[in-house]
Design a binder for this molecule. Structure first.
Ligand code: PEP
Length: 255
């Protein structure tokens, strides 16, 4: 298994943007732009309130719908939370887990990320697990250690068979929403560190088969160069996923 045979996945993260009506319109605008037999998978991770409208608007197209988070308990007194089964029964196929904004603003830890990964995989969702170093860690020269630790804790208790439903997004925190994109070398190296950590857990073959995305200010201008790198199997895209033409251009760059 190598870059040519690994699945390329271009995923958008809408964050807290778009009302249901806007979501419907955005997907209707995107559909004709990504029509056809492309070689990459296309996912839009949308706010929970937009899920019904997004699933309906994407029906019959290449676009799969994802959520931006999931709770780890199956049900109960967790006001404001959404379970994996609720997502599955709403037509959601993917879910982002461990995004740096969840870690930074909502107290997400490596341990709760691990619980969410397991709950989502056990429910049959495909998980986009986010890992990434903050600038101070990069400056200290500990990026490899940080990525290895985050990856290993997040995957604790995940079986090798479940890796087929797992994507890891390497997202250097200093590159998210800042316009400061990692260089292709930095992206390739970070993705390689993630793959090496997976190899330590499951062996080289399993790690080589895993889709590892890059995320952090990827856009229609820099995507081709980033996606050409041997360890970069797709992108997780925030800002540029909100504009149909920009997102479609990134999909084009991937195929
Ligand atoms: C993200 O939200 O995961 C992300 C990479 O955002 P942006 O593309 O805006 O940097």
């Amino acid at each position: 298994m190598n870059k040519r045979t690994r699945r390329t996945v271009i995923a958008g993260n809408w964050k807290m943007n778009m009302t249901p009506d806007q979501a419907k319109k955005a997907i209707e605008d995107l559909r004709p732009l990504v029509k056809g037999k492309g070689r990459c998978d296309i996912v839009l991770c949308v706010p929970a309130i937009d899920i019904p409208a997004a699933v309906k608007a994407a029906k019959g197209s290449r676009i799969k719908i994802g959520a931006e988070n999931v709770h780890f308990e199956p049900k109960g007194a967790y006001t404001g939370e959404i379970s994996a089964d609720m997502l599955v029964s709403s037509g959601v196929e993917y879910v982002i887990v461990g995004h740096s904004e969840r870690r930074q603003y909502f107290g997400e830890t490596d341990e709760t990320v691990n619980k969410r990964v397991k709950a989502a995989l056990n429910a049959g969702l495909k998980v986009i697990l986010c890992v990434g170093e903050v600038l101070a860690q990069r400056d200290l020269g500990i990026t490899k250690e940080v990525l290895s630790m985050q990856t290993k804790i997040a995957l604790s208790g995940v079986t090798e068979d479940q890796l087929k439903n797992l994507i890891i997004a390497y997202e250097p925190v200093w590159a998210i929403g800042t316009g400061r994109v990692a260089t292709p070398d930095q992206a390739d190296e970070g993705n390689g560190f993630v793959r090496a950590a997976v190899a330590e857990l499951y062996g080289k073959k399993a790690a080589e088969a895993l889709t590892v995305q890059y995320g952090g200010s990827m856009n229609e201008k820099n995507a081709a160069e980033l996606l050409a790198r041997v360890n970069v199997d797709g992108g997780l895209i925030g800002g540029a996923s909100l504009v149909a033409e920009k997102f479609a251009a990134i999909v084009d760059a991937a195929q």
